[in-house]
Design a protein around this ligand. Structure first.
Ligand SMILES: [Zn+2]
Length: 321
């Protein structure tokens, strides 16, 4: 399946490259939008949201989100307009690792060179491996402490670009001030998650996921262990019966009350596990992506992570079954 996915992506990429060569001289700004002095393109929502925080109120810099809200990033096929946006932007901010593997092909081909790209995983030195797979887990942003590392590095890159392109040094100062202010909010988020986690009895700090599992960094940071149907996030949708059974057994053996699913999931597997075990279901949001409604309502990494605190608070107060 991985080979099939790779071939599909490779074929798409070759077609895009050919189309790009035809289209570049004919095309100006993406979607006809007025071009800001400095254009940042982000592939996934966390990357977009971090840049948005750093350039808030900074004139002459814009950021656009490549993957539309609701889009599945792991199996995403870039369009011609995506290729154009990447070829024209000043900086491409992407997850790195297997979260948006197609981006590496653009960078390797020179559509966007390393000097015009920023992989958020590269800002985090302590990477976690996906058990049973020879792969790093790319979902580093689920730990707010990693986000602090990411936005500090990103602020340096943005300030360097702004310093080179803008005659106004106040632009760099504003980016750095935004970074300081955002880091304070991330530190408060970290404290609040930790305070909530500390109230949860040790025996309930096993989180059961009837879904994908993008929370490896979150769980390590806050003292949770996890049992999930899928080891990572880029899996096919049909789980092995043995993997569902493993989660059902963990729920029964540990007297767990809740089986979790992730955002934008059909939660079909979690529902089936809940029916089998009598558990409740709840969504933990990995902030990987959001719905169009959430995007339009102005949800951010901070608001989505704070929703997780409310969900986890429920684990602290439940009586033993
Ligand atoms: Zn993922």
């Amino acid at each position: 399946m991985i080979i099939k996915k790779f071939l599909k992506t490779a074929v798409s990429f070759l077609l895009l490259g050919a189309l790009l060569l035809c289209c570049v001289p004919l095309t100006g700004c993406r979607n006809g939008a007025e071009k800001a002095e400095i254009n940042i393109v982000a592939t996934i929502f966390p990357a977009y949201d971090f840049v948005r925080e750093l350039i808030d109120g900074v004139p002459g810099i814009s950021v656009s989100l490549l993957l539309r809200p609701g889009t599945e990033s792991h199996t995403y096929d870039p369009s011609v307009s995506d290729a154009l946006a990447i070829s024209e932007c000043d900086l491409l901010v992407y997850a790195g690792g297997d979260a948006d593997i197609w981006v590496e092909k653009f960078i390797d081909s020179g559509v966007s060179g390393p000097e015009r790209s920023f992989a958020i995983i590269d800002a985090v030195s302590e990477r976690l491996m996906i058990e049973g797979e020879d792969e790093e887990d790319p979902h580093v942003w689920t730990d707010p402490n990693n986000v602090i590392l990411i936005v500090n590095a990103l602020a340096d890159r943005l300030a360097a670009i702004a310093g080179g392109k803008s005659a106004d040094n106040a632009v760099c100062g504003k980016i750095r001030a935004n970074c300081v202010s955002y880091v304070q909010k991330l530190e408060a988020l970290d404290r609040d998650i930790r305070a909530t986690a500390d109230k949860i009895p040790q025996e309930k700090r096993l989180l059961a996921f009837g879904d994908r599992y993008p929370f490896r960094y979150f769980c390590k940071a806050y003292g949770f262990t996890a049992c999930a149907v899928f080891p990572g996030c880029a899996e096919e949708s049909e789980p092995a019966a043995a993997d569902v059974r493993r989660v059902v057994d963990a729920i029964r053996e540990n007297g767990l009350d809740t089986v979790f699913y992730v955002e934008l999931s059909s939660h079909r597997i979690a529902d089936a596990i809940a029916a089998e075990t009598g558990c409740a279901t709840a969504c933990l949001n990995s902030c990987h992506n959001l719905s169009k409604e959430e995007f339009d309502a102005g949800e951010t990494y901070l608001t989505l992570m704070r929703r997780n605190i409310e969900v986890l608070s429920g684990l602290a107060g439940q009586p033993d079954r």
